[in-house]
Design a protein around this ligand. Structure first.
Ligand SMILES: NC(=O)C1=CN([C@@H]2O[C@H](COP(=O)(O)OP(=O)(O)OC[C@H]3O[C@@H](n4cnc5c(N)ncnc54)[C@H](OP(=O)(O)O)[C@@H]3O)[C@@H](O)[C@H]2O)C=CC1
Ligand SMILES: CC(C)=CCC[C@@H](C)[C@H]1CC=C2C3=C(CC[C@@]21C)[C@@]1(C)CC[C@H](O)C(C)(C)[C@@H]1CC3
Length: 472
């Protein structure tokens, strides 16, 4: 599989560099830490202005926005379950609300007193950490930090995915599909445990960021407790050589998403007495492929803004650990109790929409990756900038400034179409995703404007559309 995201592969250099946050940078070929030069010496080189610059601007609506998202994400993660499940159905009517209200006590019990569900979640999390520690993987060096140093990351997310799939297949082969419905059956407890995990981690990294010498994210040090806790103060929180942000971004949430989908398919199999619908096959395959693709290209995230620029706070912890697995799998969970048979024509139509989205997503990311890696196989036009970096002005990047987002958004629609049109709830994912990517595009454009100055304005004149040509 080719690399699809990020700008370029991070250089795989040998050599013992110093990581500021107390963890030694690593020789990429050895899983054991290279000798530390002296983190204290490195600290002395950099003043507080470099390590912990004060942030003067709020994003995401400032502290009020931070509070809103902090409350909204857990609320919606529960609501999507309690408003849409096999006992109450998935309609949007006052009668339905009344029914949900009557189930409130049961919901509380299922969420907080289901010890087995909580145990499953934390056993799962421990398993993923263990895989990180014991499975082989090469060490890759990340992008240069503000301090001039680089951190190393163990690349074995794909091996973790394979180990998880092998485990799931073993359970299903041994016990049958009914033996793998336990994730579906403990859903509210799993949501609660993941929220508890994300709160715990956000509190930990916030407190740990006050240790001396931590490198803070430029936007996460406003001095407002709620906002900084939400956005994340420290850029690369680590426990020794374990990088908390990259670990959470790719492994526990994304793999759990794929496993929840499989569990939903097993539930449908049991419900229908030994078959799964074409719509379920499509959803599980589309999601599964997306997860495989992300984990196979693990190194690509090392150049993404979440890793290079943003801190790790509650927004990312709850996004990675709760939102991704439990909201992104909504369509599969819906189909588990409302089976939809699409037939050949609708299946072909949806395959076409997903294929179109995937092609745009992959081809546009590929064009940029090639270009940032110093090649231009399609001989695309580009413009020079004063920074010395070039910007593509033809091909996908000549059609809009974020063609890769367009592809991703088209795919997100294809993931909801298999649920048909009985209720709008399974379409919540593409709606959320549109909001996320429009916001992300604006943040990225602002960052590019800062980076390229007047050259970015010139590029925007050549390529006026932000995501969708002739629309936005
Ligand atoms: N499923 C999900 O929940 C999410 C998925 N994604 C996906 O992740 C992928 C990566 O997205 P993201 O990290 O946001 O950023 P992008 O991959 O879109 O990268 C943006 C960067 O590309 C460079 N760039 C911009 N224009 C040009 C050009 N014309 N020529 C060359 N380089 C250019 C700039 O950096 P520079 O010039 O410095 O190289 C810019 O900062 C996307 O496909 C997105 O859809 C993202 C978020 C969530
Ligand atoms: C509602 C809320 C708290 C949102 C926080 C946003 C996060 C859910 C997303 C921010 C960037 C993300 C990325 C992915 C998942 C969603 C979050 C965490 C990603 C890991 C999905 C798989 C992709 O292939 C990816 C690796 C490009 C992507 C990276 C960004």
């Amino acid at each position: 599989m080719v690399q699809t995201r990020g700008q370029s592969r991070t250089p795989s250099k040998k050599g013992g560099k110093v990581a500021l946050n107390g963890s030694p940078a690593l020789d990429p070929d050895t899983p054991s830490p290279a000798p530390r030069t002296s983190s204290r010496a490195a600290l002395q080189k950099h003043g507080q202005d470099v390590l912990a610059p004060k942030s003067h601007e709020y994003e995401f609506g400032g502290p009020i926005g931070a509070l809103g998202v902090t409350l909204a994400v857990p609320f919606f993660s529960y609501a999507m379950f309690f408003f849409c499940n096999e006992n109450v159905g998935c309609s949007v009517t006052p009668k339905h609300l009344d029914l949900i209200w009557k189930q409130f006590g049961v919901g509380l019990k299922e969420s907080f007193l289901d010890v087995q569900g909580w145990a499953i979640y934390f056993a799962w999390y421990a398993f993923v950490v263990l895989c990180w520690a014991v499975l082989p993987g090469k060490w890759e060096i990340g992008t240069e930090l503000r301090t001039g140093e680089r951190l190393s990351y163990k690349i074995n997310a794909f091996a973790t995915l394979v180990a998880s799939f092998v485990g799931a297949v073993a359970i299903i082969s041994y016990k049958g599909p009914q033996g793998f419905t336990f994730l579906y059956d403990h859903w509210p407890a799993l949501v609660s445990a993941s929220i508890a995990n994300s709160i715990g981690q956000a509190v930990y990294v916030y407190a740990a960021s006050y240790r001396t010498g931590r490198l803070l994210a430029k936007g996460g040090n406003t001095g407002n407790f709620l906002y900084d806790w939400f956005i994340g103060r420290e850029l690369n929180p680590r426990i020794g050589i374990f990088d908390i942000k990259t670990f959470n971004e790719l492994r526990p949430g994304l793999i759990l998403w794929a496993l929840l989908d499989i569990s939903c398919a097993c539930k449908q199999w049991v419900k229908l007495g030994g078959r799964i619908t074409d719509s379920m096959v499509l959803v599980v395959a589309f999601h599964g492929w997306y997860v495989i693709d992300a984990l196979f290209n693990e190194t690509a995230i090392l150049t993404q803004m979440d890793i290079t620029t943003d801190g790790f706070g509650f927004m990312l912890s709850v996004g990675d650990l709760t939102w991704v697995p439990f909201i992104y799998s909504l369509q599969a969970r819906y189909l588990a109790f409302v089976p939809v048979d699409l037939g050949y024509a609708a299946t072909a139509g949806i395959l076409f929409v997903n294929g179109l989205g995937y092609w745009i997503f992959r081809d546009s990311n590929g064009e940029k990756n090639d270009f940032r890696n110093g090649t231009n196989p399609k001989n695309l036009k580009y413009m020079e900038t004063k920074t010395g970096r070039k910007l593509l002005t033809s091909g996908w990047w000549g059609r809009s400034r974020h063609p890769n987002y367009m592809g991703d958004l088209i795919m997100s629609l294809a993931w909801s179409l298999p649920t048909a049109f009985n209720t709008p709830i399974p379409y919540m994912y593409p709606v959320y995703f549109l909001v996320l990517l429009v916001h992300r595009q604006r943040r990225d454009d602002a960052a590019c404007k800062e980076k390229y100055g007047a050259d970015w304005d010139k590029y925007c004149k050549i390529v006026p559309w932000r995501i969708f040509p002739y629309i936005y």
